[in-house]
Design a protein around this ligand. Sequence first.
Ligand code: GAP
Length: 453
Amino acid sequence: MTAKTMEELVSLCKRRGFIFQSNEIYGGLQGLYDYGPLGVELKNNLKQAWWRSMVFDRDDVEGLDASILTKPSVLKFSGHEDTFTDPLVDCKECKSRWRADQLKSPNCPSCGSSDLTDPRPFNLMFKTSVGPVEDSDSFAYLRPETAQHIFTNFKNVVDSTSKSLPFGIVQIGKAFRNEITPRNFIFRVREFEQMELEFFVTPGTDEEWHNTWVESRVNWWEAQGVPESSLELYEVPADELAHYSKRTVDIMYKFPHGVEELEGIANRTDFDLGSHTKNQGDLDISADVMPNSASNSKLAIQDIDTKKWVVPYVIEPSAGVDRGILAILNESYEVQELEGGRERTVLHLKPHLAPIKAAVIPLKKNNADLVKTASELKKSLQKLNLGRVVLENSGNIGKSYRRHDEIGTPLCITIDFDTLEDRSATIRDRDSMKQERISLELIPEYLIKAMNV
Ligand code: GAP
C-alpha cells in the first residue's frame, strides 16, 4: 500500500496535525517543517524503536547526546570545511540558484535561459556566533551531521564504559544543512534529525561488519513497516563517495517523488579518529588525514593481548528520521473503497509507531455515566505505559472511527449503555474494521497483545 501522490500525504499531515510548514503565519521559511501533535508522537515512537534496537537490545552499543554548536576546529579536521559543498549555479536571467548536479538540462528550470554561471562550490554548513562579541574568533557551526561529536567523545566513552572492540556509540539529534534546493516536503530540508551509529571495529574486520550492518538495517526498516520490496541497495560508485568513505551502500526507498536515499551505510575507515587524534605520527593510520596538532586526545584503543594501540575502523549506518517518517507514512497510507461507494482513508501504521494506541469513545457525549466509565478505562489503559491513549468525547462514533482510521489508531473502544450493565465494551480493529465485545477487565491485556504484534 503506497500513497498515490506526495500531495495526498502533505494534505493528510496538515489536516490531521502531523506536519506543518514552519513559520507559516509569516509566510513560511523554505526547507523547514514543524511536527504537530500527532507528528511528534510518531517521530518519538520511531526514534524510540531505533534506540531500543541499537542500545537496549544489544550490549555493545552506548548512547550519547552531544551539543549542536560545534567548534570550527572539529569541522576543519573532519574535512567538512573543505569538502562539504554542493556545486551551485546561478541563472543570470532570473537570478534563481540551482544545484548543478541536479539540473536535467543545460537550461534554467525556472525561466529556461541558457545563461547560467559556471558551477562553484557552496559550503552547506550554517554558522552562528557564540558569546557577546561577534568576530572571526567567536563563530561556531551548527553541526551538519551528528557523527562528529561521537568521534570527539570517543575517549570519554571508552574510559567511562571500559568498552573493547567491536563496539558502537549512537546519537539521535538535529543536523543542519543550508541545502541549495530544499524540496519534496520533508525529504530534503535544512533542519532535520539523524539517527547515527558509529560502530568501531578492528581494521581488517571492517568489510564483514559493513555487510552485517547493511542486512541488519534493511531488516529494521522492514519491522517499521517499510518492506524490503520497497527498498533497493545502491552501491555508491567510487567517484561519488564522500571524502571519508572506502565503501558506501545506500538504502534507497521509492518515495512518492522517486527512488532516493533513506539511509547510508558507510565504511569510514580510520579517517575520523585518525583525523581528530593527537600524536598522529605515533599511530598506524591508513587514511589520508590532515596533520593535527590542535587535538588533546588520543583516539585509539589498546589491544588487550598485543598491547598495541589501534585506531579503529568505523562502520556508520546513518538514517534520516524525517525521511523515515515520509517512507512510513507513504507505505501505510491507503484509500479504501467501501460498500455503497463510500471511501475511508486509513494509515496502517505498525502499532508501536501509532501516535495514539487506543481511543476510548463514550456513545453519548453528555451522558455522565458513559463518560465516567470511559474516562476510568482511559486512565487504566494509559497507566500501562504503551503510549498515548485518548478519551474521544465527540459523541459521534462514525466520525471518531474515520478520524482514528486516518491517523492510524489501532483500536477504538466504544462505551455504550450495555457497558453500564454488563461491564463490557466494543473494540474495533482499524485494519479489519471487525468489532468484538470484550469485558472491561480484559481490555488492558487485549491492548498489550495488540501492541506487540
Ligand atoms: N554522517 C553521515 C551522513 O550524514 P548523509 O548521507 O549526508 O551521511 C545521512 O546523511 C542521512 O541523513 C541520509 O540518508 C538522509 O536520510 C538524511 N539526510 C541528509 N540530508 C538531509 C536533508 N537535507 N534533509 C533530510 N534528511 C537528510
